[in-house]
Design a protein around this ligand. Structure first.
Ligand SMILES: Nc1ncnc2c1ncn2[C@@H]1O[C@H](COP(=O)(O)OP(=O)(O)OP(=O)(O)O)[C@@H](O)[C@H]1O
Ligand SMILES: [Mg+2]
Length: 171
């Protein structure tokens, strides 16, 4: 790690405050994805949220590297989903052009999750389709870089979040 990333722990007075990391560069964003990619398992839903150009696809490029899957990661917004075979298959999907959550389900969302890891951009647009234990990765613009926060409603990803956000200095 170049040492550019800084972690912000969830505030002690608010156990729901998500752990977040400041990513100063695209490489930092991808590096966080790579760390997550080394840990994920079939059935995991990575729900990427954040405005246009926040770095969702960049994060998935690192995720793909960490998972050691095949193929070049590119925005799947026009094709809904791009499959990357590997030790565990990565289904890289994008809800931006979908009308509703049902369209995602019709495209095969549940089958993708049974077989591999799903990384879904614009996941907040289809919140009803997401499993309750989805791991949310929320990217926001901050200064010249991005703040990337991780949270999940269930206990499934608690250790994963801890591992991915343990980098650099604490703020
Ligand atoms: N931490 C960062 N600091 C600065 N720029 C970044 C950072 N992370 C990613 N970027 C840059 O932001 C731009 C947009 O990235 P990307 O295409 O991944 O965003 P996106 O959220 O997938 O966009 P879209 O909403 O169109 O799907 C790219 O040029 C990428 O290099
Ligand atoms: Mg994108």
């Amino acid at each position: 790690m170049a040492g550019t990333m800084t972690r912000q722990a969830g505030r002690e007075d608010d156990s729901k405050a998500p752990a977040s990391v400041f990513a100063a560069t695209p490489d930092d964003t991808a590096e966080l994805g790579r760390r997550l990619g080394e840990i994920v398992a079939a059935g995991d839903c990575i729900a990427l949220c954040g405005p246009l150009g926040a770095g969702k696809t960049c994060f998935v490029s690192g995720l793909a590297r960490g998972m050691e899957v095949e193929g070049r990661v590119a925005s799947p917004s026009f094709i809904v989903m791009r499959q990357h075979p590997g030790p565990v298959c990565l289904y890289h999907a994008d809800a931006y052009r979908l009308t509703d959550a049902r369209e995602l389900e019709e495209a095969g969302f549940d089958e993708w999750l049974e077989e591999g890891v799903v990384a879904l951009e614009w996941a907040d647009l289809v919140a009803e389709a997401l499993p309750p234990d989805a791991l949310f990765v929320r990217l926001e613009y901050e200064a010249e870089g991005r703040r990337i926060a991780f949270d999940s409603a269930g206990p499934r990803h608690a250790e994963t979040i801890e591992a991915v956000t343990q980098c650099g200095r604490s703020e």
